[in-house]
Design a protein around this ligand. Structure first.
Ligand code: E4P
Length: 214
């Protein structure tokens, strides 16, 4: 399973990349706004750090506007993937962009049929939002499992990016469900690497090593 890093913060991206854990990056308007920087400049900088798919989201709500924005964003770097919202206009834009060989990540997916429609429109990726469903007492991971089954039934090439990840169990369950990618916030990535028994083991080894010097 590929790990994408779900942030627009270039320091976090550099750190995840140094760990070998950044196969790609996803951003959204909220993550970009948090950085207080010019959108296109951030995307350009991210593309210079990570050699993998970098999602940049359009703001227009109509298909024509999305396509225009997408064409401009795609000029920033060949690795830019255009994030479009899962709406009727988003589907139209996805279809048009696929015809122009511009990759898309259809975002804000909350049902398996939305994912099926996005795949049929030619999306390169779909992003089911597990955490936001869990927040409403709905089973986010069930959605991922259903999408994986549908895509396997019909051999769609569209990849599943599990998004809105809140904790390490979301990452584990994504891997068990056969998702292609988990896009992981930096704080969750740090938690994945940690284990108290690892820390305890290192402490004991260091203490024993000190004894050899006496
Ligand atoms: C990534 O593609 C999504 O935009 C992101 O994971 C959403 O996460 P949130 O639900 O924590 O805002």
């Amino acid at each position: 399973m590929k790990f994408f890093i779900d942030t627009a913060n270039v320091d976090e991206i550099r750190e995840a990349h140094a760990m070998g854990m950044a196969d790609g990056v996803t951003t959204n308007p909220s993550l970009i706004a948090k950085e207080g920087r010019v959108f296109e400049e951030v995307i350009q900088e991210i593309c210079e750090i990570v050699d993998g798919p970098i999602s940049a989201e359009v703001i227009s709500l109509e298909a024509d506007g999305m396509v225009k924005e997408a064409r401009e964003l795609a000029k920033i770097h060949p690795n830019v993937v255009i994030k479009v919202p899962m709406t009727v206009d988003g589907l139209k834009a996805t279809r048009q962009l696929a015809a122009e060989n511009i990759k898309t990540n259809v975002t804000l997916i909350f049902s398996p049929l939305q994912a099926l429609m996005a795949a049929k429109a030619g999306a390169s990726y779909v992003s089911p939002f597990v955490g936001r469903l869990d927040d409403l007492s709905s089973d986010g991971m069930l959605l991922v499992e259903q999408i994986a089954e549908i895509f396997a039934n019909y051999a769609f090439e569209t990849e599943i990016i599990v998004a809105s990840i809140r904790n390490p169990l979301h990452v584990l369950d994504s891997a068990l469900a056969g998702a292609d990618i988990a896009t992981i916030p930096f704080n969750v990535l740090s938690k994945l690497a940690a284990h108290p028994l690892t820390d305890k083991g290192i402490k004991a080894f260091m203490a024993d090593w000190e004894k050899t010097k006496k």
